[in-house]
Design a protein around this ligand. Structure first.
Ligand code: FAD
Length: 191
């Protein structure tokens, strides 16, 4: 849906065909995180993380009614990478992309911070960093509405007429498209 929205934003004619219903696929079953991909820094994917952080900022600005800032606590222990290395990674995470709306990483003493209350005493230090969480299904629907407002055609193939049957139009599209069971968001080739 996001690809469809992007094409519509650029004025490209687009039809999004959805076999079941909006947000019935992976997009309604995520861990609801709006993140920049902190873990990809381990694989030196700096460009990917920068792009994702940039996108995170755009979405935070565009849809604050369905996306909320979230603080994550990362307790440090001996089994992890050295604390200085984690701090460096989090410093990069704070700075290589856009971060206008979210607070920066903090290093905390867990014995003095509310986040440490439920932890065993051996956890002494930790980090608190920012990402967001999103109502993913609503984001898909919001994208669909906005794409449609920009001229995209959204076709939900399973939509049925009041008598419970697929409408003739849906049936026609479905018979042309559904057999392939490939992904959505292809350019307009409506039958
Ligand atoms: C367990 C898990 C957790 C995740 N957590 C996160 C997270 O926290 N944050 C994050 O950003 N990303 C997360 N992701 C990744 C994210 O879910 C996916 O990148 C994203 O949802 C993919 O969107 P999509 O539109 O490509 O696929 P989908 O959301 O699956 O949409 C594909 C749609 O195509 C339809 N379709 C399929 N075949 C056809 C056909 N032949 N004709 C018409 N329509 C068809 C389906 O019905 C479906 O609605 C997670 C993924 C998984 C699996």
């Amino acid at each position: 849906m996001s690809a469809g929205w992007r094409l519509a934003e650029h004025g490209t004619p687009v039809t999004v065909l959805e076999r079941d219903d909006l947000a019935t696929g992976a997009s309604s079953a995520t861990s609801h995180m709006l993140h920049g991909g902190l873990r990809y820094l381990e694989h030196y994917e700096f460009r990917l993380v920068r792009e994702a952080l940039h996108e995170r900022e755009i979405l935070l600005a565009k849809a604050p009614h369905i996306i909320w800032p979230l603080r994550f606590v990362l307790p440090h222990h001996a089994g992890l990478r050295p604390a200085w290395l984690l701090r460096l990674g989090l410093f990069l995470y704070d700075h290589i992309g856009a971060r206008n709306r979210l607070p920066a990483t903090e290093t905390i003493r867990l014995d003095r911070h509310p986040a440490g209350v439920a932890l065993k005493p051996e956890f002494k230090h930790g980090f608190v960093y920012s990402d967001g969480w999103v109502d993913d299904a609503r984001l898909v629907v919001a994208n669909a509405f906005d794409a449609r407002a920009r001229g995209a055609r959204i076709r939900i193939l399973s939509h049925r007429s009041p008598n419970g049957r697929l409408s003739p139009r849906s049936r026609r599209i479905a018979s042309h498209r559904i057999a392939h069971r490939s992904t959505v968001a292809r350019s307009a080739t409506r039958a």
